[in-house]
Design a protein around this ligand. Sequence first.
Ligand code: SF4
Ligand code: SF4
Length: 181
Amino acid sequence: MKGESVRKKVRRINVNLDKCNGCRACELVCSAFHARPKYSSINPARSRIRVVTDEINDEYVPIRATNYTKAACDGRRVYTVNDKKYSECSFCGSICPVRKLFKDPDSRLPLKCDLCEDDPPQAEPLCVKACSLGALTYEEFEDEVPEEVKPDEVELGLKALADKYGAQKLADTFARISQKE
Ligand code: SF4
Ligand code: SF4
């Protein structure tokens, strides 16, 4: 949902690919922080940051989950890095229907990076703290940005379920569950 521009604090994670060695500590800490209950498990498949890895060429690219989209895009660029071809999807952070990436492996619900603002909110994103090589760095600054209401995790999950099963089925199911309680 977009509206007027407003001046507000922007939180940003910068990536320096030259410093990343593919250790995947960022994936581990992200999955642990977002586990339910918190820190009860470590599973990189549930991480909201994933490292695209090419060990032969010593290339590692950390990608964070960005937006949920119910339709796949129709553009497919190909990137060549050290003579190896990568599809555009390899470096895309969207949570989209044609990939398994950034979806909970059990429920298939979207896993979006929330900059560790989940309860309790972290002053600095945990993947940045875990990255001892400084490949991920964090900054905050004031900027003019479009006013936007960011959906939280529950809203994202409900949206994905509504896209999959239809809003009416979802509403009927809620009504049935509420009656049982
Ligand atoms: S923790 Fe840092 S160095 Fe390790 S994979 Fe993640 S971004 Fe790369
Ligand atoms: S900022 Fe937090 S939620 Fe986002 S990828 Fe890093 S650890 Fe995961």
